[in-house]
Design a protein around this ligand. Structure first.
Ligand SMILES: [Zn+2]
Length: 385
């Protein structure tokens, strides 16, 4: 074997005769949705493996599924055939040479970093290599220096796959030692295709994809969220409920804020089960409780606030769509001379769409949601007559 052996057999592990099919096989990455660039980079890179990869991008963009695919390519004696027992076990996370480390508390702490470093020195059990997948590396602020040296120069049979939502400045040195593989939010069309392939009705898939913000995890929750459709209807009914009175405006605003609370239910349930899993883990390791429980809960609260804001913004976009449809009905899609409404009506509707857009921008700036929604409903209501 020379310095540059064929696919995935750096240590000379089983290379059967004949021309093997193209590896790594596309099947390894079939759970990665709408990330052709990242997948192409991983496929190319798996043919000439390096010591450390850093898969980074927003939550729900498929980084972990991609990491498992890459691990399969690195562990499989054929370079990632997609069919053998090694590939299958790597993909479902049960291969002994794929070690996935998950933080037990709010961040990766120094002890966890030391465990990772010690594990990196061990020999692989079955394959020619072992793959250490470290998740949530963006939460390794204090532990980052402890990881650096090993990530920089692991033993030849160890490959790191680091996974991070963001690249904070405290990671700069580690980042510079890895091959970076960026992930983007899942594009709308890819998300719709994925949902339809999972049996979701195409119209519903469109709506869920729009509301998901490019996150597969969110789309998964929305699909099983029975209140999602009725919340959308609630937003669509706003123009007919506003009768010009302050009382109606206040009632509508309060209902919409209430529906944003309801939207949190599936996420809250997920957070509860995360806490339960952490508590179970703590019990196994004999700890008194979850390490950094308060930070974990604060992290959940932050995520819930973001989720709520996103839900309100999606609602506002739905509402703007209702007014825009009215405008199109009045003027025709090209904005030609009105057939139904008067010019004054057209201007009013345009202002309503504008007011909704302003409110959506203000939401992103941490404005007081309740004041903002009250003010918007009063404004829309005034414009209505
Ligand atoms: Zn295989």
């Amino acid at each position: 074997m020379s310095a540059d052996p064929p696919v995935g057999s750096a240590d000379g592990a089983g290379q059967p005769g004949g021309q093997p099919p193209e590896v790594p096989a596309a099947e390894l990455f079939e759970e990665v949705v709408g990330q052709p660039k990242a997948v192409a980079q991983l496929v190319a890179s798996a043919r000439r493996p390096v010591h450390a990869y850093l898969l980074h991008g927003p939550p729900g963009s498929g980084k972990r599924a991609a990491a498992r695919g890459l691990a399969a390519a690195l562990l499989c004696p054929l370079g990632g055939c997609g069919r053998c027992n090694t590939c299958r076990r790597a993909l479902n996370g049960t291969h002994p040479d794929l070690v996935v480390t998950e933080r037990a508390g709010a961040s990766i702490d120094i002890d966890e970093a030391r465990t990772i470093v010690a594990r990196a020195q061990r020999r692989p059990l079955e394959s020619a290599r072992q793959v250490l997948m470290v998740t949530d590396v963006h939460l390794a602020d204090r532990a980052a220096p402890a990881l650096l040296k090993t990530v920089e120069e692991p033993p030849p049979s160890t490959v790191f796959i680091l996974v991070a939502d963001t690249l904070p400045s405290h990671l700069a040195t580690i980042v510079s030692r890895c091959v970076r593989v960026p992930f983007d939010p899942v594009p709308h069309a890819a998300m719709v295709g994925w949902l339809v392939a999972r049996g979701v009705d195409p119209d519903h898939a469109e709506t869920v994809a729009s509301a998901s913000g490019g996150r597969l995890d969110r789309a998964r929750l929305l699909v099983s969220d029975e209140g999602f459709v009725s919340r959308q209807d609630q937003w669509r009914s706003v123009p007919t409920r506003l009768d010009g009175t302050g009382a109606a405006a206040a009632a509508v605003a309060s209902d919409l804020l209430g529906s944003a609370d309801e939207a949190l239910a599936p996420l809250r349930a997920q957070h509860q089960s995360e806490l339960a899993a952490l508590a179970e883990q703590a019990e196994i390791t004999g700890a008194k409780g979850i390490t950094g429980r308060r930070q974990v809960e604060e992290g959940h609260k932050r995520e819930e606030r973001r989720w709520r804001t996103d839900d309100l913004r999606f609602g506002l976009a739905t509402l703007a769509g209702v007014y825009r449809d009215r405008l199109i009905a009045m003027t025709g899609p090209e904005g030609e001379a009105g057939t139904v409404g008067s010019a004054a009506e057209g201007r009013r509707t345009t202002r309503q769409v504008g007011a909704i857009g302003d409110a959506s921008v203000a939401l992103g700036r941490n404005a007081n949601e309740s004041l903002l929604m009250d003010a918007l409903m009063v404004e829309l209501s005034r414009m209505a007559d």
